[in-house]
Design a protein around this ligand. Structure first.
Ligand code: TMP
Ligand code: ASP
Length: 238
């Protein structure tokens, strides 16, 4: 399979077409961004760490019966995925209060959320990813009612699998964001699952081990991602 044209460059990944119309190559770059592209930096090793991390998580999810776009990792920073027709929607589940939930509702950080909270956001940087609900999605035809139900079902299934996986490594899965796309008539998990798109805290000390280290200028961003990988037993190239 050959890499062809650049299809799309996002804030942290570049997507390439290949000679197979159903497959794309994701290149995880060292670029990091926060606040809808307002704060950016290049962080050495981040592309490689996220690519290897994402491959590990996607394989765990597939093994648990969750359909994902992931096919294989082909280099330190690149993976082959199925080409999905992506929905312009972000699905967030929150197990512990943090981030925009605290700002929006005046809730203190660190509160256990039982049952966990599900939120939809529109993927649109210029509009700062506004929160939307089922009605917006149906009326503006961003997805069907059945697809909404499936996104919720799959996003909560991911929670069951990953909360346990991280708990076994002494980590709390605070919240995370997923994106889905259509492939052959079914919804499939796309994009990535890395510490760029979730919050992970040390279960004992509640030390932040995710992109909040970058957002909040705490330093040691990639070191924290590597620590998470190490605790999960993921082997990273030198
Ligand atoms: P939030 O607290 O900023 O709404 O984010 C909730 C979770 O979703 C957090 O783990 C970060 C992730 N997220 C992204 O990865 N990208 C985004 O554009 C948004 C809005 C959230
Ligand atoms: N992913 C978004 C950005 O890169 C939002 C965030 O993670 O803070 O700007």
């Amino acid at each position: 399979m050959k890499k062809q044209a650049e299809l799309y460059a996002g804030k942290a990944k570049t997507v390439y077409t290949t000679d197979d119309p159903d497959k794309l190559i994701l290149h995880f770059r060292n670029d990091t961004s926060a606040f809808d592209g307002e704060k950016v930096a290049r962080l050495e090793r981040k592309g490689m760490v996220n690519n290897v991390f994402n491959a590990f998580i996607m394989q765990k999810l597939e093994a648990a019966g969750i359909p994902t776009h992931f096919i294989e990792r082909i280099s330190d920073e690149e993976s082959v995925v199925k080409r999905l027709d992506m929905l312009p929607i972000e699905c967030v589940v929150r197990n512990i209060s943090a981030g925009s939930l605290c700002k929006r509702l005046g809730v203190e950080e660190g509160r256990d959320l039982e049952p966990p909270i599900f939120e939809f956001f529109l993927k649109n940087d210029e509009l700062h990813d506004p929160m939307i609900n089922d009605y917006h999605i149906i009326t503006f035809r961003w997805a069907t009612e059945q697809e909404i139900a499936r996104m919720k079902e799959l996003t909560f299934q991911v929670n069951t699998v990953l909360k346990q996986l991280f708990a076994d490594a002494g980590l709390l899965l605070v919240d995370y964001k997923l994106e889905f796309g259509r492939f052959g008539g079914e919804l499939v998990l796309g994009d990535e699952f890395t510490p760029d798109g979730c919050r992970l805290w040390d279960a004992e000390t509640r030390r932040k081990l995710d992109k909040d280290r970058f957002r909040q200028g705490l330093g040691g961003v990639v070191e924290a991602y590597e620590e998470v990988a190490h605790r999960l037993g993921i082997e990273l190239p030198d």
